[in-house]
Design a binder for this molecule. Structure first.
Ligand code: PLZ
Length: 453
């Protein structure tokens, strides 16, 4: 089945009447704690298109939060899932074995940075991968402290929520939080204290603060892991200046600290390289992946140095669904597509098409204070014109405008003022062009009024 590659609105409002009816029912059945960006019910999706139950064709600039890089119904993923499900859906990797899991591990061992000996552990969600990376690092080092950044997002479980920076909605009311988590400033040039610093200065100052905090408040010999998103996702698509990631890796290496790159959102082609750390040539000790890994099925992984990974004794890692065979079959198909069709190159092409147009929207009189990102992980940060005061309402208005016009956008950021673009890497160029046109119009007409509404 191939979906038409065109935006088409057939109802006068988005969501249309059938979505509204279904959403009403949902309110009585699903827990209120699950928010929704756009209460449109999906009938089918693929490529860059989402077809809703009213027959509207929306352009997908979300990819289910950076998951469906190969599209939401890539025929090779669909076939792999069907074939595997027909043979067996589950036996549990902790009970009996199957080769698809080994093959996924081998592929991740090959694709992740560095040509040292590696092992992979499979899980179902990104949060589980991050939790297990910490468990592995603690076992390997015999230490307990974990260092994370401001604006970090690592998940919603107790440990990963504790590692996540933002309070509402992720942490509010859910404490007490896990102990032994320490936070250092993210090198966020647009918001660096004092302002007016060059990216190189921000990288150096942030590194100094990391070293100083660890030395004076924790003790490097007590730190098991430093966990960093090479481009921060939920926190606002914050790109660390050159030199920061390599500096962290070097410091970690000198002190026997496990350097964990959380590539759950940025990895597997999204930023125009297979991994975001590849842009800086950094080789982490452990890499976490999820999201794009299995083309929409739940699968996550920790991949890294064999001597670190193998420090946990048999039985120490697992989970009923860890490395589920249907998810592994989907992953093998998705990874094949990512490599064979060179989706990192597609991400670079998306950047080439979109970034100049997005950059043209920024300026001293504009509500767009900064445009940043890499590959197909691009964002606009909305601020009161000429300042860095966050303008979350402007971001929300522009996003709502896009939704009304049939373009699915997401916001993010510690201050909720960042509009992010995460198109499927396989998106048709005409669709992308159309979506960018809508976004441009949204910024021109809807941002204005910003915080006054
Ligand atoms: N690490 C870098 O981006 C998930 C969160 C959606 P899970 N980001 C989307 C939401 O609001 O729940 C994410 C991430 C990074 C870890 C995770 C967690 O991955 O698969 O959602 O557990």
């Amino acid at each position: 089945m191939t979906l038409p590659t065109q935006r088409r609105l057939v109802t006068t409002t988005i969501p249309g009447p059938e979505s509204i009816r279904l959403h009403e029912r949902r309110r009585h059945e699903l827990a209120a704690g699950f928010g929704t960006v756009l209460p449109v019910f999906v009938a089918e999706a693929g490529g860059g298109i989402i077809v809703d139950v009213d027959g509207n064709h929306l352009i997908d600039l979300a990819s289910g939060i950076a998951v469906t890089s190969v599209g939401a119904s890539h025929p090779e993923v669909v076939r792999a899932v069907a074939e595997q499900a027909e043979r067996f859906t589950h036996t549990c990797l902790l009970v009996t074995e199957y080769d698809a899991a080994v093959e996924v591990a081998a592929t991740l061992n090959r694709l992740t940075p560095g040509d040292h000996d590696k092992r992979t552990a499979l899980f179902s969600t990104g949060a589980e991968a991050v939790e297990n990376a910490v468990k592995i690092a603690r076992t390997h080092t015999g230490r307990s402290a974990v260092v994370v950044l401001t604006h970090a997002y690592h998940g919603r479980t107790l440990l990963t929520m504790s590692m996540t920076a933002k309070n509402v909605p992720y942490k509010e009311g859910f404490g007490p939080y896990a102990p032994e988590i320490y936070r250092v400033p993210s090198p966020y040039p647009f918001r660096w204290a004092g302002g007016g610093r060059s990216p190189a200065e921000v990288a150096r100052e942030a590194l100094d603060l990391l070293v100083d905090t660890i030395s004076s408040q924790i003790g490097a010999h007590n730190v098991a892991a430093i966990v960093v998103e090479p481009i921060q996702g939920e926190g606002g698509f914050v790109v660390p200046p050159d030199g920061y990631l390599s500096g962290v890796a070097e410091f970690a290496g000198e002190h026997g600290i496990v350097f964990v790159a959380d590539e759950i959102q940025s990895g597997l082609g999204r930023t125009g390289a297979m991994f975001a750390v590849d842009h800086e040539g950094v080789v982490p000790d452990l890499v976490t992946t999820a999201k794009a890994l299995a083309g929409g099925l739940p699968l996550a992984a920790v991949t890294g140095r064999a001597e670190i990974m193998d420090s946990v004794a048999p039985g120490g890692l697992g989970g009923t669904y860890a490395g589920n065979p249907v998810a592994c079959a989907a992953a093998l198909a998705a990874l094949r597509v990512i490599e064979r069709d060179d989706l990192p190159a597609k991400a670079r092409r998306i950047e080439q098409l979109a970034l100049p147009r997005l950059r043209a929207l920024a300026g001293p009189d504009s509500w767009v204070g900064e445009v940043r990102g890499r590959g197909a992980m691009l964002a606009l940060e909305f601020c009161e014109p000429g300042t860095t005061r966050p303008a979350p309402l402007a971001a929300a208005r522009v996003s709502a405008y896009c939704h009304r016009q049939g373009v699915l956008t997401l916001t993010c950021g510690t201050y909720g003022n960042v509009l992010r673009l995460l198109p499927p890497l396989v998106i048709d160029e005409e669709l992308l062009d159309d979506a960018l046109g809508v976004l441009e119009k949204g910024v021109a007409t809807a941002a204005e009024g910003g915080e006054r509404a």
